[in-house]
Ligand binder design. Structure first.
Ligand code: GTP
Ligand code: ZN
Length: 369
């Protein structure tokens, strides 16, 4: 009996054996997968290429295609997805046929005219928002990341890296904490490996953790330090491994010895504010709380009379920068939503145009006017 068949067919023991072999596997997934029998095996997407995926199955990583049925309904497996794989070793065919329910979803506003959302990773438990001391530290950028991470459903943790270069790290942590609310801020040095112990509560067995943050803040260095080996190139020079090549296996999931897993790929690194209305509210919860007392329900907190948010700014309870940042991100969100709507309307218009052409053709064909 081969490894994955053993895992898929061995009844009650399968949850445990799969938890060991597919990081993040749990009873809920087991239940969702129980509908599948026979040549189906469970797996987790460790890397996504244009038309194929690398799938972690018990004991190994295999490459698989995506079933036509799945593509037809517009379901695209992404890094971190738990999937159902139709495995037929005798024909050498492997196909992702379904995606098991996602716990969390990291998305971004899709590039291009259509607007809309694009899911880039799934089932992330925690996202480390990495920043570093010095000129890279930008509170406004952190607020943006917080909004994105909140809306993904993952738990945000801010890492302040390169504290070996800072005389007063506590002061910098306090500054960040002023915008982070209840989100933990962890000072560390990825290079000299100080402070890494504070990450262990988030790197428990079965947990999936991704890293976001600007170029040069030390994400690759941190991954290498946590893994104790050089797996990611550092120094900001990165090859484009995904360029149309389907055969290279780009490592994007890095299992830690204890069973936790780090996820790192360019798509996650480059996230932007997408459909993050809910995340924005969580990232600016003190503004949302104050706004409950505004006189007008649709108050924009700019110049309305009876605005409780402006009053809180006046009283020094909320900083002007925070409110300005909230306004800026809200505007951005409205702009993106409008862009998406315009894209949809245009599609609709094109569809109607086509219908009109079809009707004309039909009338011509039947001789009716
Ligand atoms: N002094 C100091 N330097 C660090 C630390 N962590 C990373 N660096 C340096 O910062 C530079 C950038 O580090 P990377 O790990 O490549 O940064 P990155 O976030 O992966 O950058 P991209 O790959 O461009 O996204 C390298 O020269 C690292 O050696 C640290 O804790 N202290
Ligand atoms: Zn108001």
């Amino acid at each position: 009996m081969n490894d994955h068949c053993e895992a898929a067919c061995s009844g009650n023991t399968s949850v445990n054996s799969l938890t060991d072999k597919i990081p993040g596997w749990n009873e809920e997934l087991e239940l969702a997968f129980s509908a599948y029998k026979g040549p189906y095996v469970p797996g987790r997407i460790s890397s996504r290429h244009k038309t194929v995926c690398d799938v972690l199955i018990p004991g190994t990583v295999v490459q698989a295609g995506i079933s036509g049925a799945l593509q037809k309904i517009g379901k695209q497996p992404v890094v971190g997805d738990f999937v159902v794989l139709l495995d037929q070793p005798e024909t050498g065919s492997r196909m992702v046929v379904n995606i098991l329910p996602r716990r969390t979803c990291l998305s971004r506003g899709a590039a291009g005219d259509g607007g809309g959302e694009q899911i880039i990773a799934a089932n992330l438990d925690t996202i480390f928002i990495v920043t570093s001391v010095g000129k890279d530290l930008n509170l406004r950028r952190l607020e943006r990341y917080l909004a994105i991470v909140y809306s993904s459903g993952a738990r945000p943790v801010i890492l302040l890296n390169k504290i070996d270069l800072e005389d007063n790290p506590t002061q910098v942590v306090e500054k960040i904490q002023s915008i982070a609310g209840i989100v933990p801020v962890v000072p560390l040095s990825a290079l000299s490996k100080t402070g890494l112990d504070a990450l262990s509560p988030y790197l428990k067995p079965g947990e999936t953790v991704a890293l976001v943050g600007s170029s040069g803040v030390g994400k690759s260095t941190l991954i290498n330090s946590l893994l104790g080996e050089t797996v990611q190139k550092t120094g900001g020079i990165r090859e484009d491994d995904e360029k149309g090549r389907h055969t290279t296996t780009v490592r994007q999931m890095f299992p830690l010895p204890n069973g936790a897993v780090l996820v790192d790929n360019p798509g996650i690194r480059e996230i932007q504010l997408g459909d993050s209305a809910e995340g924005l509210e969580k990232a600016f919860s003190e503004i949302v709380d104050a706004a409950r007392n505004c006189k007008f329900k649709d108050c924009t907190h700019r110049d309305e009379p009876g605005c409780a948010v402006l009053k809180a700014v006046e009283d020094g309870l909320i900083s002007e920068e925070r409110l300005a940042s909230y306004h800026r991100l809200t505007e951005e969100l409205i702009f993106q939503t409008k862009k998406a709507e315009i894209g949809l309307k245009r599609l609709e218009k094109e569809r109607y145009k086509q219908i009109a052409v079809d009707i004309k053709k039909y009338k011509k064909f039947t001789g009716k006017q």
